[in-house]
Write a protein that binds this ligand. Structure first.
Ligand SMILES: Nc1nc2c(ncn2[C@@H]2O[C@H](COP(=O)(O)OP(=O)(O)O)[C@@H](OP(=O)(O)OP(=O)(O)O)[C@H]2O)c(=O)[nH]1
Ligand SMILES: [Mn+2]
Length: 179
């Protein structure tokens, strides 16, 4: 029997290894792993989420989209539930970007509650990150468009976690957007 601490540490270790060569788009080139760790932390510390499979999926949520990790690999190592949540939040990178962004809006409402939690925390982290600093090469219009698009996605996730939704609503309000 593995303790929850062992499970979470194995998961964060796996994610850190998979993302080891990646950096965020901020001018300081923050290690990418700060993002999935921060998303999991938002869920536990702010959202009150204790479901370990949701916290694991948060740590792993960008591994299939952005690294060589496969669904089968996650299933074998972390089980079918964690692998399924990650799959639900994984964009199809073969689609042209506008289609990929539209697909998130179109599919958000059909996600499981567990996947919706990860999506809420992912957006909350990324919007806070945009308020902290502008990614290299992004104009203020592009930043605003990300807020507009994220608001459309989060509208489809409403009724999942009131604390996270209220924090998101406040960030949108500051940009003149209504959730
Ligand atoms: N705000 C911010 N985002 C950064 C930074 N570095 C990397 N990102 C990532 O960039 C993605 C948003 O940028 P976009 O241009 O809209 O999307 P793209 O990378 O998929 O083309 C997010 O992906 P994601 O987590 O998969 O979420 P999603 O936006 O696709 O839902 C976010 O995690 C950074 O410094 N600041
Ligand atoms: Mn993410």
């Amino acid at each position: 029997m593995n303790s929850e601490a062992e499970v979470l540490l194995e998961t964060v270790h796996f994610a850190a290894d998979k993302h080891r060569k990646q950096r965020r788009k901020d001018p300081e080139e923050t290690p990418y792993i700060n993002h999935p760790v921060g998303v999991a932390r938002i869920l536990s510390h702010e959202g009150g989420v204790t479901d370990i499979e949701v916290l694991q999926a948060a740590l792993l949520h960008d591994t299939v989209e952005d690294t060589d990790t496969t669904h089968t690999e996650l299933e074998a190592k972390f089980g079918p539930v964690v692998a399924r949540i990650v799959q639900e939040v994984t964009d199809d990178k073969s689609l042209p970007k506008p289609d990929r962004k539209r697909a998130q809006v179109d599919h958000a409402a059909q996600c499981s509650r567990q996947a919706k939690l990860v999506k809420l925390a992912d957006k909350l982290y990324n919007l806070r990150d945009l308020n902290r600093c502008t990614p290299v090469g992004w104009s203020s219009e592009r930043v605003h468009e990300y807020f507009v698009w994220a608001c459309e996605v989060v509208r489809k996730l409403k009724g999942t976690n009131s604390v996270l939704e209220e924090k998101l609503a406040e960030l949108f309000r500051q940009r003149g957007l209504d959730l």
